[in-house]
Ligand binder design. Sequence first.
Ligand SMILES: [Zn+2]
Length: 250
Amino acid sequence: CGRCLQCRTGNSHICKNTRIIGVDRDGAFAEYIAMPATNVLPLDGVPTTVGAIMDPMGNAFHAVLSAEIQGSSVFVVGCGPIGCFAVGIARAAGAAKVIASDVNAKRLSLARRMGAHVTINAATDDVVRTVLDETGGEGADLVCEMSGVPSALHQAFAAVRLGGRVQLLGIPKGEVPVDFASEIIFKGITVYGVIGRKMYETWHQMRRYLTTGLLDPRPVITHQFPLAKIDEALAAIRAGDAGKIILEIA
Ligand SMILES: [Zn+2]
């Protein structure tokens, strides 16, 4: 809105008057939408397939780059598309070790293609034990929780090191009990809620990572369909194995 306290202090991603396109008003599946001019940015040579996924990728940039990454250990919980982007961004930004977990083997292989050094299958492996083993017993400097699954949220707090940082992006379906004393206070950690993108910092960072080749997010694009086959595209999403799906408009 440009006028509220948040907008005036450089935090327009948490503007109280925000109307999210696709949430508060019709979005990408509408026949026509009026896009606010401030939301339009030139692709500057970024391929349109990548341009099509820059919206969720911006959330991953916000989640990763609002923490200190260089030389750090990063644990990404949940390897959906945004989790996989976060893996690639953490690698590109200079993380020393990137660990990723999910319950889906296909998603874990995507995370490996995006640069994860270590992947953990949360359905079969001891997640917290593995993160501790991979970080010299300390836990990860930074944990990005991308799933919103209650068991994974607890793993995020258990796997972060004392004094570390947890970025919460995954949205739980309901209330999740938290032991504030042992999971947060006594560990001296910082918890950050990731909503939207930092306007416009995240956009410019993302565009530079893409145009300079620091980050190639294309492994996350697993399917492409013509618009007429949208039902097949939605079925692929529901099957749970897809990364990002591109609809081609001829
Ligand atoms: Zn505002």
